[in-house]
Design a protein around this ligand. Structure first.
Ligand code: 13P
Length: 253
């Protein structure tokens, strides 16, 4: 059985005080469920990771980074390595979020290096995939997702792959208030799981958690996560409001 997983991507929001307060409210409101019934993680901006990790140290809520760099150290101005993230208490990291693909121009090849480096360094990567609106309208969703999953996971052996979580985030649903219907999301999740079964095997595909992201809110979370292959949510805007994020965590149980 796949344990549900709800992760909050704070993106470029909060400050040192509001980030810690948000983390504390999430921890106290989910003390009964987080860790046991549902995996919960928050991904603050790099500069607040340490403070948020400290605020969550007595809770079962994990901390994740929004990105990593694949080199272990050296002359890479502005970048952050896996070991630095582990050093400040990170357990997860997002790789290939659509904003990094489409705003910052990250390629599947770069994202694959990040996923590989994360696993090698002991972090659990959340590989984000998803199509643009024009790609959906051109019926290219499966093709785009296939490329992103295959290239994002290239070279990863069956032993390494259980470290990975996939997040399906259709770009047209991110921050727009437009959500994929549970049926649309389930179809893509089912497609991704079958792809993983082809790439690895049925057992491995059955174990990998596939989260949905894109305008997840308290009002639609239960319906989305109630679908067979939707194992949780990657939440943006609603993860910045403790009550909303707590309601989404509750909907996953
Ligand atoms: P929203 O929930 O704000 O649409 O963002 C989704 C997302 O990008 C999470 O990574």
């Amino acid at each position: 059985m796949r344990k549900p997983f709800v992760a909050g991507n704070w993106k470029m929001n909060t400050d040192s005080r509001s980030g810690v307060e948000l983390a504390e409210r999430i921890a106290s409101g989910s003390a009964q469920t987080a860790g046991q019934e549902v995996t919960v993680a928050v991904c603050p901006p790099f500069v607040y990771l340490q403070a948020v990790a400290k605020a969550l140290s007595a809770s079962s809520i994990a901390v994740g980074a929004q990105d990593i760099y694949f080199e272990p150290k050296g002359a890479f101005t502005g970048e952050i390595s896996t070991s630095m993230l582990k050093d400040v208490g990170c357990c997860y990291c997002l790789c290939g979020h659509s904003e990094r693909r489409h705003v910052l121009g990250e390629s599947d090849e770069l994202i694959n290096k990040k996923v590989t480096a994360a696993i090698a360094g002991g972090l659990l990567p959340i590989l984000c995939v998803g199509e643009l609106l024009e790609e959906r309208e051109a019926s290219q969703t499966n093709e785009v997702v296939t490329r992103q999953v295959k290239e994002g996971l290239a070279g990863l052996s069956a032993e390494k792959i259980p470290a990975v979580t996939i997040a399906y985030e259709p770009v047209w649903a991110i921050g727009t208030g437009l959500t994929a219907t549970p049926q649309q999301a389930q179809e893509v999740h089912d497609f991704i799981r079958k792809l993983l079964a082809e790439m690895y095997d049925e057992e491995i595909a059955g174990e990998i958690r596939i989260l949905y992201g894109g305008s997840v809110k308290p009002g639609n979370a239960a319906d989305l996560m109630g679908r067979q292959d939707i194992d949780g949510s990657l939440v943006g805007g609603a993860s910045l409001k403790a009550d909303d994020f707590l309601a989404i965590i509750q909907a996953a149980v």
